[in-house]
Ligand binder design. Structure first.
Ligand SMILES: NC(=O)C1=CN([C@@H]2O[C@H](COP(=O)(O)OP(=O)(O)OC[C@H]3O[C@@H](n4cnc5c(N)ncnc54)[C@H](O)[C@@H]3O)[C@@H](O)[C@H]2O)C=CC1
Ligand SMILES: O=C(O)C(=O)Cc1ccc(O)cc1
Length: 315
């Protein structure tokens, strides 16, 4: 029998992401033992009844003892508290990582709490759904998805970095290394602001007195349905994302508002040429993404979009 990649993996937080990791770790036999910890007893019991791990601990410090890899999968606002809790129990040489949707804040919260004798490498799988909780996860979630890693200290090219890269690749992902600030800008544009737009449009529909709820349900075409899917995402997770990537989100929202004002003006003036030009440009971006399939390079996509260009997809 081949050796598992890690003797013991501790998963702190067992919602959509933590439980998907648990499932793929078991399927791919990536750990000798999987230890699961979460804050609430009911959630831990749910994980136990789903048989997601080998051991279940309410105390996160107990869970990380002797673990070679610790993956923190909690709402980003709880990262500092979790790091503080686990710090005294971490094994020398352990790899500590996370999956949070924002990176500058998570690193600022966790790095000062963790001892020098561990390797802290922040992470973010760009894979998810609008669902949450232990039963929402599935083993194939990370397949053909990008996972962004952000080495802290001098982990670039280190054995820990190589081991974590190999771990994500075994989960089916492609790994890209990125700087935290750049990650936060790119994700503000391609994920955080789109979620805010969805929350906003669904909120607007909810408040519009001239349109009944029945009509919204009855006539919603797939475009609006897509918004309702995003807007049903977990409120705690998205509140934390907004609070912890504030600057980048505000910057992208300003750009968005400016462009929306220009679009509004084109509609008001009946400027068909401006509307046609914009719709042609955006259609090309979509085709580029589809043609490139999973070959879209997240960093390139982000860089070009953040720069405001559309040469985003590798062909
Ligand atoms: N949902 C998604 O599509 C994606 C989420 N992420 C990130 O992954 C992280 C986890 O998200 P999900 O798994 O979707 O959330 P979830 O709501 O499904 O699960 C969160 C888990 O964290 C636990 N938890 C909350 N506070 C805790 C604390 N103080 N100590 C210990 N456990 C605590 C909860 O009990 C639950 O088990 C978040 O940081 C999110 O930004 C990253 C990629 C995709
Ligand atoms: O459900 C969707 O469409 C998503 O966008 C999932 C998602 C949510 C948050 C992330 O940080 C990454 C992926």
């Amino acid at each position: 029998m081949t050796q598992p990649m890690f003797d013991r993996i501790a998963l702190i937080g067992i919602g959509l992401i933590g439980s998907s990791l648990a499932r793929v770790i078991v399927r791919e036999k990536l750990a000798g033992e999987v230890v699961i910890s979460t804050r609430r007893e009911e959630t831990l019991e749910e994980a136990r009844s789903l048989e997601l791990g080998d051991r279940y601990e309410l105390d996160a410090a107990e869970a990380v003892k002797d673990a070679d890899l610790v993956i923190v999968s909690v709402p980003v606002g709880a990262s500092g508290a979790v790091a503080r809790q686990i710090a005294p129990a971490l094994k020398k040489g352990a790899i500590v990582t996370d999956v949070g949707s924002t990176k500058r804040s998570v690193i600022a919260q966790m790095a000062p709490e963790l001892p020098d004798h561990v390797h802290f490498i922040a992470g973010h799988p760009i894979a998810g759904t609008e669902k949450s909780g232990p039963s929402a996860g599935f083993a194939s979630l990370f397949e053909d998805r990008w996972c962004i890693l952000i080495p802290t200290k001098d982990e670039t090219g280190s054995p820990a970095m190589e081991a974590l890269t190999a771990f994500w690749e075994a989960c089916g992902s492609r790994v890209e290394v990125m700087e935290a600030g750049h990650h936060d800008q790119v994700l503000a544009l391609v994920s955080h602001v789109p979620h805010l737009i969805a929350y906003n449009i669904v909120g607007t529909a909810d408040e519009l007195e001239s349109v009944t709820e029945r009509e919204v349900i009855k006539y919603s075409a797939s475009g609006f349905r897509d918004f309702t899917r995003l807007a049903s995402s977990d409120p705690t997770m998205w509140r934390d994302v907004c609070l912890h990537n504030r600057d980048a989100i505000l910057e992208m929202l300003s750009r968005f508002s400016e462009d929306l004002t220009a679009l509004r003006k084109a509609v008001r003036r009946g400027d068909g040429e401006a509307l046609f030009d914009l719709f042609t440009r955006t259609r090309a971006i979509r085709s580029g993404i589809i043609e490139a399939g999973q070959d879209v390079d997240v960093a390139d996509f982000g860089r070009s979009v953040v720069r405001g260009k559309s040469e985003n997809a590798k062909s």
